[in-house]
Unconditional design. Structure first.
Length: 563
């Protein structure tokens, strides 16, 4: 989102200390996500970042301050020299993340950098070409052409929301600016494809992402500001309304938090950049802004994904919020670290707190764990299984295919944010049941059937507390590092019911007989007034087998239901 002049100058003051004139780039602490770069904090605690440096050059020019503007061309020159220019290489047209690490040293390189840096070069030209030397502008144009070629060669599908939009933006704007009809035609076709794909569900596939929905809004706004093509402008208006509808619909007024579930998210308490764009409302249709101040109870049912190869396979999201709490779940998903498959927000001591479900392998979220659920208002019935065709830390970059080593495996119910007045969970009723008081909201967890290496959900629990979180863990395994082969396990699953509310009486979780390797669970009607049912496979298998099992449970409403 565009900064105000005051915000821009404050950011430039911070960047002044990070700028290294000897290299011509910003120098920052290494804080990578755990993939793409092979650098480590131990060996390389600081790095010179290429994308952020080009953004810095743009900000210097935007400031209008002559001394700042004089620094920008040198940074742009440095960035241009770091792009791969050899057409015979697969990385042609992209940039590395850091000056300290070449594209050949990355694992793997990040092709998104063609989109990110191509966009930034275009925005610099649109706003400040009169302050740049002709030779530098010529080189910038050639770099943009190479970025467009990389974008077209990669040809990201419409499921990759923010990159699908950004790549369309770069090629469309480059096509218009430089008279390249091939880029223009490709960019418009890509934007049309993305619009049609999104219209099937009424949602971006990177659904309700606090990080990437804000990025999508920024890209759509930037495209709309600079593009001339009337069809592209019409598509921007429709996509912008869809994006802001997601944001405003999920905003929980009492806590000021962005209700879940989240397809991609990097922190659970949402504050600061990029979430501060909520207060600017750039491009938000006026009729949607009322939701940002309406605390009335709200119930959302969204169709998130339709599998192209198998249209009957669908992923849904459910969100309920009232004056005390919001709770959101996906009905089926993997437990990747960027997913928030089950997340609730409430105020503790007048500050927001959260409850999040995670599955950890050696302390890191495990992408081969599979989550199935059914939710009605503040009641959730859920199960955890294990995919034999899944990944480790990410869904695609480090596949384990059901075989891995570990010294610790655990399911975690994590309470974080404000912990004012929150005490440790207490046993409640049958073994494996727990209660936790969160200000005016009581959380109850009831365990159902489950098994892993012969251990059942009532067998082993651990509670821990640190200054910023309370953790209730069911420990699947903890001990000497050993190998696991999910394919060889006959039984590896966990089931439970989670309820949030003020009603002291909670319906008891019921499990029917196990039939054909599937446990059928039922939570009788409680405060929500509707019983919940869920079918949970007991044996590890491919992800699609879990998703199909969920399809046999009580279906959720199709499409999107908005307040």
């Amino acid at each position: 989102m565009q900064m105000s002049k005051d915000e821009l100058l404050k950011q430039l003051e911070k960047d002044e200390d990070r700028y290294n004139p000897e290299v011509g780039l910003l120098r920052i602490p290494l804080d990578g996500p755990g993939y793409h770069t092979t650098l480590t904090k131990e060996k390389t605690p600081f790095v010179h970042t290429i994308r952020e440096s080009l953004t810095y050059a743009h900000r210097l020019l935007e400031s209008g301050i002559p001394a700042y503007g004089e620094r920008a061309p040198g940074i742009i020159d440095r960035v241009l020299k770091l792009q791969e220019t050899d057409p015979s290489k697969s990385t042609y047209g992209i940039w590395p993340w850091f000056w300290e690490e070449s594209l050949d040293e990355m694992s793997p390189p990040d092709w998104n950098w063609a989109d990110f840096l191509g966009k930034r070069l275009l925005l610099i030209l649109f706003g400040h070409e009169d302050r740049l030397a002709p030779a530098l502008k010529e080189r910038m144009g050639q770099a943009i052409f190479r970025a467009c070629d990389a974008i077209i060669k990669r040809n990201v599908g419409p499921h990759y929301t923010n990159i699908a939009i950004m790549g369309a933006m770069v090629t469309l704007l480059a096509g218009e600016r430089f008279g390249r009809t091939d880029y223009l035609d490709y960019g418009l076709r890509r934007l049309e494809t993305f619009h049609a794909y999104t219209a099937r569900t009424g949602n971006f596939e990177e659904f309700n992402s606090p990080t990437y929905t804000s990025v999508a809004i920024e890209e759509i706004l930037d495209l709309d500001r600079h593009v001339r093509h009337p069809r592209a402008k019409a598509l921007c208006a429709e996509l912008l309304r869809l994006a802001w509808g997601t944001v405003t619909g999920h905003y929980h007024v009492p806590t000021g938090q962005w209700s879940g579930p989240h397809s991609r998210c990097y922190q659970s308490i949402l504050q600061g950049y990029p979430y501060d764009f909520l207060y600017r409302l750039d491009g938000c249709p006026e009729d949607l802004t009322r939701l940002l101040s309406d605390p009335a109870p709200r119930e959302l049912k969204d169709l998130v994904k339709i599998q192209q190869e198998e249209p009957s396979f669908r992923i849904h999201a459910y969100t309920y919020m009232d004056e005390r709490v919001s709770l959101g779940t996906f009905d089926r998903e993997i437990m990747w670290n960027q997913r928030r498959n089950l997340i609730a927000y409430m105020n503790n001591g007048r500050k927001p707190g959260y409850v999040q479900l995670r599955f950890l392998k050696d302390g890191r979220d495990f992408a081969s764990a599979v989550f199935l659920s059914a939710q009605r208002k503040l009641d959730v019935l859920f199960g955890i299984g294990f995919a034999t065709d899944g990944g480790d830390w990410t869904p695609v970059m480090d596949m384990v295919h059901g075989a891995f080593e570990a010294h610790d495996l655990r399911l975690r119910l994590e309470v974080g944010g404000s912990l004012d007045g929150v005490e440790l969970p207490k046993p409640a009723g049958p073994a494996g049941s727990w209660e936790l008081q969160l200000d005016a909201v009581k959380l109850k967890l009831q365990c159902g059937p489950g098994e892993f290496l012969g251990q059942r959900p009532a067998d082993r629990w651990e509670i821990s507390r640190s200054p910023d979180r309370i953790c209730l863990d069911f420990v699947f395994y903890s001990g000497a590092r050993q190998g696991f082969r999910l394919q060889d396990m006959e039984r590896a699953f966990f089931t439970a019911a989670l309820t949030l509310g003020t009603d002291p009486e909670t319906p008891a979780l019921r499990a029917a007989e196990e039939l054909a390797g599937v446990v059928e669970l039922r939570l009788p009607a409680g405060a929500a007034g509707v019983p919940l049912e869920l079918r949970m496979p007991v044996k590890p298998g491919p992800i699609h087998a879990y998703y199909h099992a969920r399809e046999q449970s009580e279906p959720k409403s199709e499409g999107s239901v908005r307040p």
